[in-house]
Ligand binder design. Structure first.
Ligand code: PGA
Length: 262
């Protein structure tokens, strides 16, 4: 199989302000220009900054993503943002099932599944997040937990939708803690996710899915993560807020892709 370009996502979460976000997007767009043929990138700013960030990204080739969307298509859901509204703004990707949504907003696998369906029906590409807590990993249940989340999220989804799916393996204990999973542990989890996708669907449709790692990815540890073929990119939180660090991660991904291509 031809190696695919790695995909790097920058999840800004609820950080920054409008001027800073625009400045950051401009800096990342400039850094992306010389490497854009060797790496894919998407930035997930907070909702209110989507349009301004889209303008700042211009024709750089960096895609635009939102951090969540409603499970409902429209109607009386105060405070929610629908998938079709995101599409209206030129958004191409949406993060669904991030552990912070599962933890702080009590999102269940069932809700995550509804969101996956509604997002894809509206033409959005889904960045589905799965990952175990430290307790679950210590109890030897990491694979089981991730498998349950994956199966729950994809219930009822046809194989031809997988072309619009990316899975981000994000162990909860590694997010925002500075304690990344070892590249070997991450690669093992990715392998398990890949096997599960092949089991749920088939080899060729699941081959369309890139599996990214997320959890304290930074400029220093990115090259060792990308040394593993199973790791097809990264979802980056903290380090995506610093232009130079994010640019360095993008550069490492471009280099890794060139190496994989041989
Ligand atoms: P982090 O966040 O890189 O700050 O650990 C990753 C994420 O939550 O997507």
């Amino acid at each position: 199989m031809h190696p695919r370009r790695l995909l790097i996502g920058g999840n800004w979460k609820m950080n920054g302000d409008l001027a800073g976000g625009v400045e950051l997007a401009e800096a990342v767009a400039a850094a992306f220009e010389p490497i854009r043929t060797n790496v894919d990138a998407v930035i997930f700013p907070p909702f209110p900054y989507l349009q301004s960030v889209a303008r700042a990204l211009g024709h750089s080739g960096i895609e635009l993503g939102a951090q969540d969307c409603s499970a409902k298509p429209n109607g009386a859901r105060t405070g929610e943002v629908s998938a079709s509204m995101l599409v209206d703004l030129g958004v191409q990707h949406v993060i669904i099932g991030h552990s912070e949504r599962r933890q702080f907003h009590h999102e269940t696998d069932r809700l995550v599944c509804e969101k996956v369906h509604v997002a894809m029906e509206n033409g959005l590409k889904v960045m589905l997040c799965v990952g175990e807590t430290w307790e679950e990993r210590s109890a030897g249940r990491a694979v089981e937990v991730v498998q349950k989340q994956l199966r729950g999220a994809l219930e009822g989804l046809q194989g031809d939708r997988l072309a619009a799916l990316t899975v981000a393996y994000e162990p909860v204990w590694a997010i925002g803690t500075g304690k990344s999973a070892t590249p070997k542990d991450a690669a093992e989890a990715h392998e398990a996710i890949r096997r599960d996708l092949e089991h749920l669907y088939d080899r060729s449709s699941s081959a369309a899915v890139r599996i990214l790692y997320g959890g304290s990815v930074n400029a220093a540890n990115a090259p060792s993560l990308f040394a593993h073929l199973e790791i097809e990119g990264a979802l980056v939180g903290g380090a995506s807020l610093k232009g130079a660090d994010f640019a360095s991660i993008l550069g490492s991904a471009a280099t890794a892709f060139k190496g994989r291509r041989g």
